[in-house]
Design a protein around this ligand. Structure first.
Ligand code: DMJ
Length: 473
């Protein structure tokens, strides 16, 4: 069987429902009565972030994560060595929200206490890049605090040997910052190719082109190995350049690879990426797009023959609606967003995994993820924020805000959910690092007129870090 190609699914209309500050029914999406003054919503988002920041300060300061249910803390990279991941992820969000005292406290902590080179664990190049390098860079662009740029460069320099020692230029997956040991001979595409906007920004800011070149070489090495159908596999051997998994997908662990092909064109104007994006996207739309129960979904297919491997969807794939919109396919972006909105008829917030055939969750957790709101923001921005046609994205984002708040808010902040299918949902115990960098920022930007953000000319990374469009005022 091959995927059927495109029949765009209809959008889900917004019906009537309660105004802001009233709880919405978890059973149906699109029930918020359209409201026009969004500023109280933005204030609420800011209040929630500050409330959680204060809990982080009280219970977990300097640690990577707040555990808001138990009131504890945890580390993301190395259990024995915190690197203040939450602080790094929050920097430009604090700046946009004009939480300048909190921002200054964060910068102080980084200056005095951050030492990534002491991490003694195999860290993922990808996660280290998008979270640490990216967070520090956007923090630097917001504040011009040199210490942030210095730390970003030091961390990127720890990662560089993974690119430089690879015979193909495709990076090894892990490095131990303490020992310099490199490992991970096979690497999934998201991890190979979600590097260039951070490394390219670093090249711009330092004047050293080596970061951009390394990241571009890695992506080119992969794209050069595309199949006859112009599809990429999922995972590749970095030493031989042979595919080790032949499944083509926009879902993880590939997802943000495609985002960064587009973004490298958007951010750096490098026409190679524009051309690659066009080729790869044509193939994705031809071979992976499929209509199931009236909705647009993206199947996983064999890269050489196009046969469907599975139509199971990952929530992480919902980012693709926004990317389609950004890259000139807004109608399809709308259709894919509508598909994910339809899942909210069944669950109060999106489950991690979803089978569109049976309409059931295949992974019942909710890791407090940003992708659905990310797509709302991107579609809203490309439609034009003052265009009446863009209002629907704010309505959807608003509804999702109410739902996630209702189901994730606990005494010390917001938490992940381990099961969205029960009533009430079952809580996990983590405020994810990206919550600080992504959806709280996306909601805030959509609901206010942020004076420190250029709504017409901006770039946000896969982790929500702003590399273009921060205004210094
Ligand atoms: C974030 O770290 C980034 O958005 C990444 O590209 C995918 N996963 C998480 C959020 O879910």
């Amino acid at each position: 069987m091959t995927a059927t190609g495109l029949v765009a699914a209809g959008g889900l209309g917004l019906g009537e429902g309660p105004a802001y500050a009233r709880q919405v029914s978890p059973a149906r999406p699109g029930i918020g009565r359209p409201i026009r003054d969004w500023r109280p919503v933005a204030e609420d988002v800011r209040r929630e972030l500050l409330h959680t920041w204060n809990a982080y300060k009280r219970l977990a300061w300097g640690h990577d994560h707040l555990l808001p249910v138990s009131g504890g803390h945890g580390e993301f990279f190395d259990d024995a060595h915190p690197v203040g991941l939450t602080i790094v992820e929050a920097l430009d969000t604090l700046y946009l929200m004009r939480l300048d005292d909190e921002l200054a406290e964060g910068v102080d902590w980084i200056e005095e206490s951050l030492d990534f080179s002491a991490v003694n664990a195999n860290v993922q190049v990808f996660e280290t890049n998008i979270r640490m390098v990216g967070g520090l860079l956007s923090g630097y662009l917001a504040t011009r605090e040199r210490t942030l740029l210095r730390h970003a460069r030091q961390i990127a320099d720890i990662l560089m040997p993974c690119f430089e020692r690879s015979p193909t230029g495709i990076p090894y997956r892990f490095v131990n910052p303490s020992t310099g040991e490199i490992s991970g001979v096979t690497n999934p595409l998201a991890e190979v190719g979600t590097i260039i906007t951070e490394f390219g920004t670093l090249s711009r800011l330092t004047g050293d082109p080596k970061y951009y070149r390394a990241a571009k070489r890695a992506m080119k090495a992969v794209i050069d190995r595309r199949s006859e159908l112009d599809l990429l596999g999922t995972e590749i051997n970095v030493e031989t350049g042979r595919w080790v998994n032949d499944t083509a997908t926009i879902h993880p662990p590939v997802d943000s690879f495609f985002e960064y092909v587009w973004d490298a064109w958007d951010l750096f104007g490098d026409t190679d990426f524009r051309d690659w994006y066009a080729v790869l996207t044509r193939a994705i739309l031809k071979h992976e797009a499929t209509t199931i129960n009236g909705h647009l979904w993206f199947a996983r297919v064999d890269k050489d023959h196009g046969e469907v491997v599975t139509v199971d969807q990952s929530e992480l794939g919902s980012f693709y609606a926004g990317l389609l919109g950004q890259s000139g396919h807004r109608r399809l972006g709308d259709a894919y967003l509508a598909s994910w909105t339809s899942v909210l008829e069944r669950y109060p917030v999106l489950p991690e995994g979803y089978d569109p055939v049976s309409g059931t969750a295949t992974d019942k957790g909710n890791q407090l993820r940003p992708e659905y709101v990310d797509s709302c923001l991107n579609l809203w921005l490309v439609t034009g924020r003052n265009n009446p046609a863009s209002q629907k994205y704010r309505e959807l984002a608003y509804e999702y805000y109410l739902r996630q708040k209702k189901h994730s808010r606990v005494a010390n902040g917001w938490t992940i959910i381990s099961d969205v299918t029960t009533s009430p949902v079952k809580h996990g115990d983590l405020t994810s690092g990206y919550w600080w960098s992504e959806q709280m920022k996306y909601w805030y930007l959509m609901f206010t007129d942020a004076r420190r953000f250029d709504y017409r000319n901006n770039y946000l990374s896969t982790e929500g870090n702003i590399f273009r469009g921060l205004l210094r005022r």
